[in-house]
Design a protein around this ligand. Sequence first.
Ligand code: ATP
Length: 134
Amino acid sequence: MKTLEVSVVTPDGPVFEGMAEMVSAKAKSGELGVLPGHIPLVAPLTISAVRVHQDGKTLYVAVSGGFIEVRPEKVTVLAQSAELASEIEMERAQAAKERAERRLAATNQNDIDHKRAELALRRAVNRIEIASRR
Ligand code: ATP
């Protein structure tokens, strides 16, 4: 079976490198399924799971947005933060979720802190969902 090289990279270094039969991701414009030979593209990602289909299994990587770059034989995900499902600390994500909810309740909708809290909440919920799959 044909495979693709996959790298998920953050400013702190690589989070995942390996070969896969397919990569799926949630771009801002919609769901993306990348098979070997895909046309080149660059797309912004939502706070979501990048799914790496490898040896008949699916590996989930939580990403806090960022970009996916597709080339026919390689997929690169660049994100400010990314964690493999197995590396997510559930308690930390729960605490971040509660902190964000408190901030949302305490700030005004147009406040910059409100927007920040919304994003923090989305990151936390995304991590909790992905960690629950393992
Ligand atoms: P927190 O408030 O818990 O720091 P955050 O969403 O603000 O959460 P980020 O700024 O996205 O965190 O990430 C900072 C660093 O911490 C990154 O390296 C990220 O991979 C890591 N990280 C954040 N939350 C978790 C978690 N629940 N489990 C494991 N690593 C995490």
